[in-house]
Design a protein around this ligand. Structure first.
Ligand SMILES: [Zn+2]
Length: 447
């Protein structure tokens, strides 16, 4: 038990350091400054015998790789990957300083406490403990603390997989997120993220004819047309598709047979989600069964007395796995209907979704290790509606999962609010569970 407490203390202190480093990624390539946390991790690993490399994509956009070389080159290699950047926080809306890393009553507060500095820290703790214990696995173990996940990973996982493939070569990857225990009548369900949707961003450019704002009759006002474009895109509903991950997840929740049936029926899931509670499950039901369209940014108009001739609408589109960028554009054309000829569509980002099977030796090891640490639990494969760095590996045919462990102290319903929200926090018991889980998983899987 003494050892377990030490793992929790080590993870807590490292997490607080990473929070205080405030590697805030605004999306500006000059933000992030992840080199600060790479320095902290290099200090943390010092003297453990781990070989550490630093990789810089742009000034300050640093990622760190640490490895324990396997003794059998043919054995599968496992990578634990955590990002070091976080999204911005508005301190006036928090109960505590988002970059203070305060520890209060067994809870660490701060931006990144669950997304995902908690896992980045606990993975590092497991890595150092394994190295110090003289762990010599069959397959190589790699730890990657990566930059830029919060802006899509171009300057982090994207850069490394493209330009430094030898540094991040692995057969299996584990990263965020999952493992928040969902209470069900038959014991806690631990979601393992095995799939994610494809991020597609489109800019819709609506054109009109400029004129004097004092004479609006029968003019061609791009903003008025854009309002109807926004309405149509928001109202658009492609046909639902029930993937095996969604079906399995819903069936594991132990809901009533009626609700389970409705949420797994492509003809009923949308209307069910419109009226059901809780809202968090309703939003998941919609997002996990549809390609979604959310018009989120609009720019247009130049002056109060000028009828605008150009309006841009940026739409955040999340495509179900298997849906191609061309199919996304076809859906947009369908949504626009007779307005399609008035709208020019620019592709800002076109990505495919990604999936891995959990029926692998690593999936089996996760089930064994999580089952031992959380008695009575079941690991259930799920899809996430957001994006993670796992996609860069799945696109290359590598198996990648999102997982972690959390105690029941913070209820599962709080987590969706904390990701990129106010009052992000994690309890020390969750840090202990994750640190122990990573260590046990490496020993089990890599032997
Ligand atoms: Zn994250």
């Amino acid at each position: 038990m003494g050892d377990d407490r030490n793992a929790a203390v080590e993870a807590t202190e490292l997490l607080r350091t990473l929070i205080r480093n405030g590697c805030v990624n605004t999306g500006d390539p000059a933000s992030g400054h992840e080199a600060r946390s790479v320095d902290a991790l290099e200090d943390f690993f010092a003297g453990s015998g781990l070989a550490v490399e630093r990789h810089e994509s742009l000034p300050g956009r640093m990622s760190l790789v640490a490895r324990i070389e396997g003794r059998d080159p043919s054995a599968p290699r496992l990578m634990l990957m955590g990002h070091t950047d976080v999204v911005p926080a508005n301190p006036s809306r928090w109960q505590r300083d988002p970059f203070g890393g305060e520890l209060v009553d067994g809870i660490v507060w701060g931006r990144g406490a669950i997304d995902m500095l908690n896992l980045t820290a606990t993975m590092a703790v497991a890595m150092r403990r394994l190295a110090r214990s003289g762990f010599r696995p069959r397959g190589t173990l790699i730890y990657l603390a990566v930059a830029d996940e919060e802006a899509g990973g171009v300057h982090g996982a994207g850069y490394l997989t493209e330009h430094r493939p030898e540094a991040v070569a692995a057969d299996y990857v584990v990263t965020e997120s999952g493992g928040v225990p969902i209470p069900t009548p038959s014991g806690p369900v631990l979601p393992a993220a095995v799939a994610e949707k494809g991020g597609n961003s489109r800019r819709l450019v609506v054109s009109g004819t400029p004129g004097h704002g004092s004479r609006p009759l029968r003019t061609d006002n791009a903003l008025v047309t854009a309002a109807e474009v926004v309405r149509r895109v928001a109202a658009y509903r492609p046909r639902a598709r029930i993937l095996s991950e969604w079906r399995g997840y819903v069936e594991a929740l132990g809901l009533s047979p009626e609700l389970t049936g409705a949420l797994t029926d492509p003809d009923r899931v949308y209307d069910t989600a419109l009226s059901m509670e809780p809202l968090s499950l309703a939003r998941s039901a919609h997002a996990c069964t549809h390609t979604t369209f959310s018009p989120n940014v609009v720019r247009g108009g130049v002056k109060i007395n000028v009828i605008p001739d150009r309006v841009e609408i940026d739409v955040d589109i999340r495509a179900l796995p298997g849906v191609t960028p061309d199919e996304v554009d076809a859906m947009l054309a369908e949504a626009l209907g007779d307005l399609a000829p008035r709208v020019e569509i620019e592709r800002l980002r076109s990505q495919m979704g990604s999936r891995s099977s959990l029926d692998t030796p690593l999936g089996d090891a996760i089930r064994r290790v999580a089952g031992a640490l959380v008695p009575g639990s079941r690991v259930v494969p799920t899809m996430t509606s957001g994006g993670t760095d796992a996609k860069y590996f799945r696109w290359r045919g590598i198996t990648a999962y999102g997982f972690g462990l959390h105690s029941p102290r913070i209820p599962a319903t709080e987590y969706p609010l904390m990701f990129h929200g106010h009052d992000e926090r994690v309890d020390v018991e969750s840090l202990r569970l994750s640190a122990e889980m990573w260590e046990a998983l490496c020993r089990d899987f890599l032997g």
